[in-house]
Write a protein that binds this ligand. Structure first.
Ligand SMILES: Nc1ncnc2c1ncn2[C@@H]1O[C@H](COP(=O)(O)OP(=O)(O)OP(=O)(O)O)[C@@H](O)[C@H]1O
Length: 285
């Protein structure tokens, strides 16, 4: 459904994407993971058709309707509009025909919100409810491709788990094609069929989520995994990588100080769902 071939994106002296080739099949969820600055958001903008590559090819099925869920619902929902108007926006922009009221109510029910929220403003909702409204807005015009940029990272851990479960249910019900951009490897492994790992604009690994989780091949992916599961970091080379893990590293100076915060996993419910919580490790410089 979507294909990138030798994609390169350059902003002045910054190479955001460097020779990336990948495909996203119809109905597939691909997670794109990597540290801050690795090129994830650039890739998302390309897939949404918002920017053009410097070189290489981007192909998308002709009539693809795209939708986007941003990281922080507080930023992406207009505080002056009612939830009903917010959710209706893509219907207006896309000039969608049909019973708008029914489509809006159906989208709100799909994200497990009560229809009573339609009359409220975003400020009268919790962060988790706001993100559900963002997802309802993304779904209302029945997109073929949903791009989610860190959809849970602005939420409390318990709410993150609920939103991830919701996204998983929506995937199962609707067979949506989706691209999940995240630095959260457990969330990627939970939700996605495949995981693509970006490091400094290069695709260093791509494969089925379970395989990447169980047997990551590239040292950078192994370092991300070690950080995600709170393993002590055995190899000096991997420690070096781990210290460049922006989202997981509290250090703002280089070299990294001796104490680094990395996430560990906590079971939060039945099945396979795990969410990161933080722990201190010593000597991870
Ligand atoms: N509009 C732009 N102008 C100049 N440089 C840019 C622009 N957009 C991205 N970049 C650069 O491209 C690189 C990749 O940025 P990008 O935002 O895609 O990374 P990211 O993985 O999404 O990071 P984050 O997780 O922090 O959002 C960075 O070096 C960034 O500074």
């Amino acid at each position: 459904m979507i294909e990138l071939e030798d994609a390169r994106m350059v902003y002045g002296a910054n190479v955001a994407l460097d020779g990336v080739s990948l495909r996203v099949g119809s109905g597939e969820c691909l997670a794109v993971i990597g540290e801050s600055g690795s090129g994830k958001s650039t890739l998302a903008r390309i897939m949404l058709g918002q920017e053009r590559l410097t070189s290489g090819a981007f192909r998308r099925d002709g009539q693809t309707r795209t939708a986007y869920v941003a990281q922080d619902p507080a930023d992406s929902l207009n505080p002056r509009m009612s939830v009903a108007r917010i959710v209706a926006e893509p219907l207006t922009v896309g000039k969608v025909e049909g019973d708008r009221d029914a489509l809006i109510r159906s989208a709100i029910r799909a994200v497990a919100l009560d229809e009573a929220v339609l009359e409220r403003r975003p400020s009268a909702l919790s962060g988790g409810q706001q993100q559900r409204v963002s997802i309802a807005r993304a779904l209302v015009a029945q997109p073929d491709l949903l791009v989610l940029d860190e959809p849970t990272s602005a939420l409390d851990p318990s709410v993150q788990a609920q939103v991830l479960r919701l996204l998983q249910d929506l995937r199962a019900e609707r067979g949506l094609t989706s691209v999940l951009v995240t630095h959260d490897l457990p969330a990627a492994a939970y939700l996605a069929d495949r995981i693509a790992v970006l490091h400094r604009g290069r695709l260093v690994e791509i494969g089925p989520s379970q395989a990447v989780w169980d047997e990551a091949q590239h040292p950078y992916t192994q370092a991300l995994l070690a950080a995600a599961v709170g393993d002590p970091l055995p190899e000096p080379a991997i420690r070096e990588h781990a210290c460049s893990l922006g989202p997981y590293c509290t250090a703002e100076v280089s070299p990294c100080p001796a104490t680094t915060t990395v996430p560990t996993l906590t079971e939060v419910g039945p099945g396979h769902l795990v969410m990161p919580s933080c722990t201190k490790i010593q000597g991870a410089s």
